[in-house]
Design a protein around this ligand. Structure first.
Ligand SMILES: Cc1ncc(COP(=O)(O)O)c(C=O)c1O
Length: 341
């Protein structure tokens, strides 16, 4: 099987397992796990922040990061395809009383004027007050798109002007960094809270880190425990994340090349389905036109290629550590042939 459903499907390598096996550990609820503490400090420094908190998932980091900025009954605004709005099971509302409003976007890319149109801070007794803006970089459902740097800065300035928070869902910020060469710190420091994942392209089995100020992270520790996310000898997992940072960051460029190879192969059969030039990182979104996506995904699976039917006429493929560029090119040929009938 060539599994391109997501970059979360990777399995830890032998060397990563070895790093996990030998990691020094302690009780992280007491903040006594040296491997966790080292990872938290390392990631905070990389992103230009004071402190970090290791959590079980990107969703948990996003929930806590948003909650630090938004009180129950207030809103966070984000784009219409944002992971926090579509794929976190309504947790922000269901568990934290945070409401959301969304703005339209081109493939998930944030635009200052769209944010400015709906932002509504200190809205008084009639309307919900906006307490934060959240942006996703790279953008998953947008097709692995990279946020335009100047636009990110401009939206950050708007947030400061209105004294509201600015959260980054950086589950795949590593991919944006490798693709653009923009320093992680330059991306990280413009936000109040940033979440990053190790279980996506970096290939760790579990783990995300939320970074912010020391004061915010102390609050975040309480919220994590309240959500049931306090954990004990989590250093075995943090070791995998540290290993991933050391060994799997720069190879993300290979995943980007593989995604491009996949896209070109599909486009060689059905040019209308996608423009390979729009593939910026490791995610490829294919517009299947009038062909329903689900039967194409099923037919591909029967022939050894797994892709996701993301919508009635949308297929997504994601490249990662456990597939080669050749696998991706042949998978693209297959999907392209199925689409061209
Ligand atoms: C952009 C983005 N944010 C957050 C998450 C959530 O991560 P997790 O699955 O670890 O909760 C994902 C997961 O795929 C994602 O793609």
């Amino acid at each position: 099987m060539i599994d391109l459903r997501s970059d979360t499907v990777t399995k830890p390598t032998e060397q990563m397992r070895e790093a996990m096996l030998t990691a020094p550990v302690g009780d992280d609820v007491y903040a006594e796990d040296p491997t966790v503490n080292e990872l938290e400090q390392r990631v905070a420094a990389l992103l230009g922040h004071e402190a970090g908190l290791f959590c079980v998932s990107g969703s948990m980091c996003n929930m806590i990061g948003v909650r630090l900025l938004v009180e129950p009954g207030q809103e966070v605004i984000c784009d219409v395809q944002a992971h926090i709005a579509r794929a976190e099971m309504g947790a922000h509302a269901a568990l934290q009383g945070v409401t959301m409003r969304t703005f339209p976007s081109d493939r998930g890319k944030v635009a200052l004027d769209e944010v400015a149109k709906i932002i509504s801070p200190s809205a008084g007794p009639y309307l919900v007050s906006t307490a934060a803006v959240a942006v996703e970089n790279t953008h998953n459902f947008g097709g692995g798109t990279i946020q335009p740097f100047e636009e990110l800065i401009a939206v950050g300035e708007l947030c400061r002007e209105h004294a509201i928070g600015y959260h980054l869902d950086g589950a795949r910020l590593w991919n944006a960094h490798v693709a653009t060469g923009v320093a992680l710190e330059s991306y990280g420091r413009m936000f109040d809270t940033v979440s990053v994942c190790f279980s996506k392209g970096l290939g760790a089995p579990v783990g995300s880190v939320l970074v912010s100020t020391t004061e915010n992270i102390a609050r975040a520790r309480v919220i994590r425990k309240r959500l049931g996310g306090g954990w004990r000898q989590a250093g075995v997992l943090a070791a995998a994340c540290g290993y991933a940072l050391d060994h799997h960051l720069h190879r993300l460029a290979d995943d980007h090349a593989a995604a491009r190879g996949f896209a070109e192969a599909v486009a060689s059969h059905v040019p209308a389905a996608l423009d390979p030039d729009t593939v910026e990182t490791n995610v490829v979104v294919i517009n299947t036109g009038s062909t329903p996506a689900a039967p194409v995904a099923t037919a591909a699976a029967e022939r050894g290629v797994l892709v996701s039917a993301l919508g009635p006429f949308l297929i997504r493929a994601v490249t990662h550590l456990d597939v080669t560029i050749e696998d991706c090119e042949s998978a693209g040929q297959l999907v392209g042939k199925l689409l061209s009938g």
